[in-house]
Design a protein around this ligand. Structure first.
Ligand code: SF4
Length: 327
C-alpha cells in the first residue's frame, strides 16, 4: 500500500485573477495582495516548517505568484527545503521576465492547471476570458527559458469542459507539456459559497470524456476518479493510473486556519460504499472505502464495475489507493 508522504502546506492568498467555478476563494476576487497581517503569518508559517525540519513544502493560493513580494520570499525560503512546489493558475508566467525570475527562485516544481484547448472553454471554467492566452503564453515562456523547474500539468473534468477534455489532452501533447493529472472537484457539505450542481459532471460524462482520449495519450494519473466507473476491459485499452492517496495536509500550527482546513478536508474525503463494493477486491482488502460523498450522492443510479482480484494483482502499479474515513 502506498505510503503517506509528509509535507508542509503554505497558503499564500493575495486574491486571484481567475474566478474558477469550483473555487470558494472566488468570493475574495477583488483582493490585490497580501495584507500585512497575512504577510506576517506567511513568514511565521514558513519558519514553523523550517524549525520542525520539514524537507518539502507546497505553496498554494488563490494565486501565490500574484503576491507582490513572492520572488524575494522564495529566494529566502527555498534553501531551507529539498522541494518547494507552487500550485498557481499561471497568469503571471505570461510575463517572460517574471517567468525567468520564478525559474531562478529556487523552487523545484510548478503545478499548472489548464481546463480547455481554447479560450472559450478554459475561460468558462476559470471565469476569466483572458486566462487561456496567459496560461499558454506561460507554457511557451517555460518551454523557452526553463531548464531547472519541474512542470506538472493538471486538469479537472467539469460540466463546463467534459466534452473538450480529449482535445485538451491532444493540445497539451502538441505543446510538449503532456497533461499529467486529471481530477474531479472536491465537494463538501458546509460550503455554501458554491452550487456544486453548476459544475460537477456526473460519472457518465467523466467516463465518456476519459474514454475519448487517444489511447496513446492516456498515460495520465486520474486523481480521485474511481476505477470502477470503467469496466476492466475499458481500463485495459488505456494507460490511466488511478491515484487516491491523500498526502497529509499540514498547515503550520501557528496558523489559525489549521483546524478549519482539517475539518473541510476530512469532510470531502469521506467515502460511502455502494452495493457494488462488497464484490470489489479493493474494498475487501481495505484499499478503497467507496465513493467520495459528493460524487456518491450525484451518481446514485450509476452501475459501477467492482475490481477483481486478478485484475488488481496483474496491475498493481495502476491502482495506487489508500482508504480514508470509510462509512
Ligand atoms: S471499493 Fe467500491 S468504490 Fe472502491 S473501487 Fe471498488 S467498487 Fe469502486
Amino acid at each position: 500500500m502506498a505510503q503517506v508522504e509528509k509535507f508542509g502546506s503554505i497558503l499564500v492568498d493575495p486574491g486571484c485573477s481567475n474566478n474558477c467555478v469550483f473555487c470558494k476563494i472566488k468570493a475574495y476576487n477583488d483582493k490585490k495582495d497580501l495584507t500585512r497581517k497575512e504577510e506576517k503569518q506567511l513568514y511565521l508559517d514558513t519558519k514553523y516548517f523550517i524549525k520542525n525540519k520539514y524537507t518539502k513544502v507546497d505553496i498554494s493560493g488563490s494565486e501565490p505568484l500574484k503576491y507582490s513580494k513572492i520572488i524575494p520570499y522564495l529566494r529566502w525560503m527555498t534553501p531551507y527545503f529539498n522541494r518547494v512546489t507552487i500550485l498557481d493558475p499561471g497568469n503571471r508566467l505570461a510575463d517572460e521576465e517574471f517567468c525567468k525570475k520564478v525559474i531562478n527562485s529556487g523552487i523545484s516544481t510548478l503545478v499548472l492547471p489548464i481546463y480547455g484547448d481554447n479560450p472559450e472553454t478554459h475561460g468558462k471554467c476559470v471565469d476569466n476570458p483572458k486566462a487561456f492566452k496567459k496560461i499558454t503564453a506561460g507554457f511557451r515562456n517555460l518551454k523557452k527559458n526553463n531548464k531547472k523547474v519541474g512542470v506538472e500539468t493538471t486538469s479537472m473534468i467539469l460540466k463546463q469542459n467534459h466534452k473538450n477534455i480529449p482535445k485538451l489532452v491532444s493540445f497539451m501533447q502538441k505543446m510538449k507539456f503532456p497533461l499529467q493529472k486529471i481530477t474531479i472537484p472536491h465537494c463538501h457539505n458546509d460550503n455554501k459559497a458554491l452550487n456544486y450542481d453548476e459544475f460537477v459532471a456526473n460519472f457518465e460524462n467523466v467516463k465518456k470524456a476519459l474514454l475519448s482520449i487517444k489511447p496513446e495519450y492516456s498515460n495520465i494519473e486520474l486523481d480521485h476518479i474511481p476505477p470502477c466507473i470503467f469496466s476492466e476491459n475499458e481500463i485495459k485499452k488505456t494507460s490511466f493510473r488511478f491515484f487516491n492517496v491523500y498526502y497529509t495536509y499540514n498547515l503550520s500550527e501557528e496558523n489559525e486556519q489549521n483546524e478549519v482546513v482539517k475539518e473541510i478536508v476530512s469532510d470531502y474525503r469521506r467515502q460511502y460504499k455502494t452495493k457494488y463494493c462488497k464484490d470489489c477486491y479493493l474494498f475487501k482488502k481495505g484499499i478503497c472505502g467507496g465513493i467520495y460523498k459528493g460524487h456518491y450522492e450525484r451518481n446514485l443510479e450509476y452501475e459501477y464495475h467492482p475490481i477483481s482480484k486478478s485484475f488488481y494483482l496483474e496491475n498493481p502499479e495502476r491502482i495506487i489507493y489508500r482508504k480514508v474515513n470509510p462509512k
